[in-house]
Design a binder for this molecule. Structure first.
Ligand code: CU
Length: 109
């Protein structure tokens, strides 16, 4: 039985649950630069669990939006960035919501 008293005891005795959650040992952070109406690199290959920072260096607002709708950086003003963690393997084509000609691809292996 999981009583309140038991909960208090364990929460004092153990580190937060998030610390106990297994994480890929080699999780890395990658960067996609948004500049001159382009995503650079246009194709990025990462491992599941890695994160990607999308950073907008253009004066115009941009987004990085998965074509299948599975993720979205949200609107990024100049100098702003969004960090997304890719847990699921797959190949994700993405565009800028405002400029359909801007295309990129994240391949999660
Ligand atoms: Cu754009």
């Amino acid at each position: 039985m999981f009583t309140r008293r038991h909960f208090i005891f364990t929460s004092l005795a153990l580190p937060p649950l998030s610390v106990l959650r297994p994480r890929p040992a080699e999780a890395a952070q990658h960067k996609v630069r948004i500049q001159s109406m382009q995503f650079t690199p246009a194709t990025l290959v990462i491992k599941a669990g890695d994160s990607v920072v999308f950073e907008n260096r253009d004066a115009l607002e941009h987004t990085a939006t998965a074509k299948d709708g599975s993720w979205d950086s949200g609107n990024l003003r100049k100098g702003k960035s969004a960090t997304l963690i890719f847990d699921r393997k797959g190949e994700f084509d993405y565009i800028c919501r405002w400029h359909g000609g801007m295309r990129g691809k994240i391949r999660v292996e």
